[in-house]
Design a protein around this ligand. Structure first.
Ligand SMILES: [Ca+2]
Ligand SMILES: [Ca+2]
Length: 176
């Protein structure tokens, strides 16, 4: 019995150390996501819905005030989250009802090349070096928009870039 317990402890120690060592890999997530997790009551579903509200990190419309990037769960066992963005400059919220992710955690990449090699789900950074951050979302999963839905949004791929241009948020295919 003692040997079994020692074996289990050894395995757990290995798993823990292994998990710790992952933190230095490319898949580093620097944000403490729990800080941004909020449960909100959904009157239609009649349950508390998990949302992630990143409201003190990014200024997408460049008015020097932080905007809110929000992911709202559909309440499923395998939760998918649709995107909403609240902009400080216009005090308006834009819903991207067909843009879902099951991994609503901003990821850090070292270079834009990693969009193709590492396939992140969500990256918010200044992709075009104009001093303003954009949002990259990979929607290639079970709830991905259909080809018709992509076409309706003016898209041809499932890697999308949300950018603030001429006073509004635009959704385009991501291009390096
Ligand atoms: Ca702003
Ligand atoms: Ca930019």
């Amino acid at each position: 019995m003692k040997n079994i317990i020692l074996t289990i402890l050894s395995i757990l120690t290995f798993v823990f150390i292994h998990a710790q060592s992952d933190s230095s890999s490319t898949k580093l997530i620097q944000i403490s996501n729990a800080k941004y997790a909020v449960y909100k009551y959904d009157a239609t579903l009649k349950v508390n819905i998990l949302t992630y509200q990143y409201s003190d990190l990014w200024d997408l419309d460049n008015d020097k005030k932080k905007d809110s990037i929000i992911f709202i769960s559909n309440g499923g066992a395998h939760a998918f989250y649709h995107l909403e963005i609240w902009l400080s400059s216009s005090n308006t919220k834009t819903k991207f009802q067909k843009l879902y992710t099951d991994f609503p955690y901003p990821e850090c990449i070292k270079s834009v090349d990693e969009i193709e090699t590492y396939l992140p789900h969500l990256v918010i950074r200044d992709f075009d070096s104009d001093g303003i951050d954009e949002l990259f979302l990979n929607v290639n999963h079970n709830l991905a928009p259909t080809l018709d839905e992509l076409k309706e949004m003016g898209l041809s791929t499932k890697q999308v870039l949300i950018d603030y241009k001429l006073g509004k948020l635009t959704v385009t295919d991501f291009k390096k």
